[in-house]
Design a protein around this ligand. Sequence first.
Ligand code: THU
Length: 234
Amino acid sequence: MSWKLLLNHAYVPYSKQAEACIVESTNGLFYGGVRIENISYPLTIPAVQAACAICLSEGEVPAKLYVPHSNLDQLHFWSNEFDAQIVETNTPPIDKLEDLSCKPASNFDELERLETLLDAAITPNSDFPVSALLFFKDGYFEGVNIEVSEWSEGICAERVALAKAIAAGIQKFDTLAVHTRKGEVSSPCGACRQVIAELLPYHTIKLHHSDGTLSEHLSVDLLPFSFKSEALNK
Ligand code: THU
């Protein structure tokens, strides 16, 4: 097994430099992450951050970081954070990756699922759990926000859901649903709006507010006059 399969899922239209990482948890479960670039370059999600955040969002703790080479973005931060061993290899355990896509049951209640999912958020700094469900044609991916010792290395619920889907090779999405229990309203942050604008440009974003109400927005309306440039053409 080579890295090719996972590298092919990376979203790297600007650099064309695909990156992938596999995290093995302390319980021996495997999670893949790929690099997800953004037209605003600093919003790019490095593969190691994606893989570790995915692992943590599943209630697991990173123990080993499998990488194709040791100069991946953020590798040492995440390795130090969890005292995780770095394993440089050309034969990654791709066949062992968890399938994180979910299928809605016939009695699926979106808000109920979002509410339950809040318990999986890791929010030692903010105590502000957020949950997200990203729907695609065959089901959905779940996301929660993950905070670590360094504030700026944490990642929002919306982007964890996107990181799971893209690592799984899904790039076409339907709707994205978001929920917070504590916010006066549930509303994606500016960084998520920029990422959503690129990956779900004309999609419905469903915001389940803490008072039980729901508002639906077209993603393009959540970030009017957004940053775009032909100069950064893919
Ligand atoms: N957060 C999200 O997960 N999504 C958003 O769109 C808003 C912010 C998280 C990030 C951080 O863990 C906490 O909420 C406070 O910013």
